[in-house]
Design a protein around this ligand. Structure first.
Ligand code: FES
Length: 137
């Protein structure tokens, strides 16, 4: 599995995303409450640019007459027709067992551990204190 440096942790703050082209694929890397996730930027419905969609939350299970909102920033809504996906798993929100978007492993690594990463995608000026967001394909 090849490693690709996407950027530094500071470049993708909580609630933000970065869309990159790696290995001929467009991939969105999201920072959700300090955890990083990566999804293919192609909606399984009709190929829309899913990772450019709005991030939101959703209604949570609750008792009758009670309304609870949660998971803010974890649900990604496709900009074309509004299908929703869980950013943390890639599973669709309405049919999680049968429909999902491809997800990829993302790690945060220090300079010492990424010597074998492919830095040819983009180059960054970094300092020793920087930690890198690394995509595994
Ligand atoms: S292309 Fe994404 S919902 Fe239709």
């Amino acid at each position: 599995m090849a490693k690709h440096i996407i950027g530094t942790v500071n470049e993708i703050p909580t609630g933000k995303r970065k869309i990159v082209d790696v290995g001929g694929r467009s991939i969105g890397v999201f920072n959700v409450n300090g955890e990083f996730y990566a999804l293919r930027n192609s909606c399984p419905h009709q190929g829309g640019p899913l990772c450019r969609g709005q991030l939101a939350g959703t209604m949570l299970p609750s008792r009758p007459g009670e309304y609870r909102w949660g998971r803010d920033g974890e649900i990604l809504r496709c900009p074309w027709h509004g299908w929703e996906f869980d950013v943390t798993t890639g599973k669709s929100f309405f049919n999680p067992h049968r429909l999902r978007v491809r997800s990829y492993q993302v790690t945060v690594e220090s300079e010492a551990s990424i010597e074998e990463a492919d830095a040819s995608v983009e180059s960054y000026r970094v300092t020793v204190e920087d930690r890198y967001v690394v995509l595994h394909l």
